[in-house]
Write a protein that binds this ligand. Structure first.
Ligand code: 0X9
Ligand code: ZN
Length: 427
């Protein structure tokens, strides 16, 4: 017995050690919440956020009295604190040791060799899953539910990963469709987890739940759980807090473009960076990213059937409408707002989770080149939403796996409202 204990202790130790680079990468990193009190402070924080190497802004400055979450490495903590003190911005510590949260998120921790191959096909919602597991789940779903589910591919990523999608819908002609994508920002892990939950609900509920049966009979659901697979794989293998794609940038050693600044609608018109090392780099040209090209091709090819475009992000609990490139409102904003209000009411009814509804620019900040703006502005999909899932910063990107189910189940109630509205015919 004793020997067994010793043996499992050694095993646990060696597993932790084998994963050391990732497991200890963020040791001692802290996330501070700074709340600017006037416009000058907002601008100073914004300037700091453009110093791309120094601090990782988990959220961007949004305005007076709007909190900004900033991660600092141990050696920069004092500098950040003294900067905030000098410019008189009140702040507090939101996350004391980022590494602790990351470790907790990776339970059970996969062995390094499992990261790219772990292929449990039956997905669970009590832990986060790797890219390989998510793709295997799509294949398995298509096999298990051949009458209503088909797996397809948008194409391959920069590093050659398949961008799998699943179409869930009973056979029928001229059905309206809903598009849901997830994982455009690699570190927002709750997003793919929530998308896979939707796939599970739609398939296992068909024939068992009257509402879901109607939603699958009358609507086609196109769900892409990982539209930035290289970035997502990288968050498992190398850097848990990576945000962008993993493409190379000529003339720079920094990799990646922010895919949500890369779309070809008012591209590079504000809120994106010209610097390849920045987390909001817009890329060398519009649609430079192969992943964004694949999404664009699919949306354009199916623009007549897709009635709603939904893209899952985190965090902040916002249900956002276009536009993100301008503070102007779209002409049909009232329709977008009405549906969002109904969806959020259903979402909030589950656990009391509150969401803010509004246009991206007016609720968050200007950020041009977003996929939501492209879906509406170019593909002509009138109803386009970015949903920023839980939480409001207590865990941020390091949301515990125990919160996958509460998050996904409340969001699903909101998404069913959208599904029913599509079934009924949107205004
Ligand atoms: O900045 C973003 O890309 C999104 N927020 S996140 O914290 N997940 O990065 C918001 C995008 C809103 N849509 C547009 N600006 N088009
Ligand atoms: Zn995001």
């Amino acid at each position: 017995m004793r020997l067994l204990l010793v043996f499992s202790a050694i095993l646990a130790l060696s597993l932790t050690e084998a994963r050391m680079p990732l497991a200890s990468q963020y040791f001692g990193y802290k996330v501070f919440r700074a709340t600017p009190k006037d416009m000058q402070q907002v601008l100073l924080l914004d300037k700091l956020s453009q110093n791309e190497d120094k601090f990782d802004f988990w959220t961007s400055p949004r305005g007076v009295n709007k909190p900004v979450d900033i991660m600092a490495k141990p050696s920069d903590i004092e500098e950040l604190k003294s900067f905030l003190t000098t410019i008189k911005v009140p702040f507090n510590v939101m996350i004391d040791n980022v590494n602790e949260n990351i470790r907790a998120q990776m339970v059970p921790a996969p062995k390094p060799e499992e990261i790219s191959s772990r292929k449990s096909s039956r997905i669970t919602f009590t832990e986060y899953h790797t890219y390989a597991e998510i793709q295997a789940f799509l294949t398995q779903t298509a096999n298990d539910f051949p009458n209503i589910a088909t797996k397809g591919s948008l194409g391959r990523s920069f590093e050659g990963r398949d961008i799998g999608y699943i179409k869930i819908g009973a056979p029928g002609l001229n059905k309206p469709a809903i598009w849901i994508d997830a994982g455009i920002h690699a570190r927002e892990w709750i997003s793919p987890a929530t998308a896979t939950y939707f796939i599970d609900q739609l398939t296992t509920g068909y024939g068992n739940d009257a509402e879901i049966t109607r939603l699958v009979d009358d609507v086609d659901w196109i769900i892409v759980p990982s539209i930035n697979p290289d970035g997502y794989a990288f968050t498992w293998s190398d850097d848990r807090l990576w945000r962008k794609s993993r493409s190379t940038n000529p003339g720079s050693t920094c990799l990646g473009t922010d895919p949500n600044r890369n779309y070809d609608f008012h591209w590079d018109e504000g809120g994106s960076s010209d610097l390849p090392c920045s987390d909001t780099y817009h890329g060398p040209s519009a649609l430079s990213e192969i992943e964004a090209q694949h999404v664009s091709d699919f949306l354009l090819a199916n623009r007549n059937s897709i009635k709603v475009y939904l893209t899952l992000h985190s965090y902040g609990q916002y249900w956002l409408t276009p536009w993100g490139y301008t503070s102007n409102y779209p002409s049909d904003y009232d329709n977008l707002f009405a549906l969002a209000t109904e969806a959020v009411a259903a979402l909030t009814a589950v656990h009391g989770t509150e969401y803010t509804i509004g246009t991206s620019t007016n609720t968050l900040y200007v950020a041009s080149g977003g996929s939501d703006d492209y879906a509406k502005g170019v593909a002509g999909i009138a109803y386009s939403y970015t949903v920023e899932l839980r939480d409001t910063g207590a865990f941020g990107f390091t949301l515990p796996a125990a919160l996958i189910i509460p998050t996904a189940e409340e969001t699903w109630e909101g998404f069913k409202v959208v599904g029913n509205a599509v079934r009924d015919g949107l205004p």
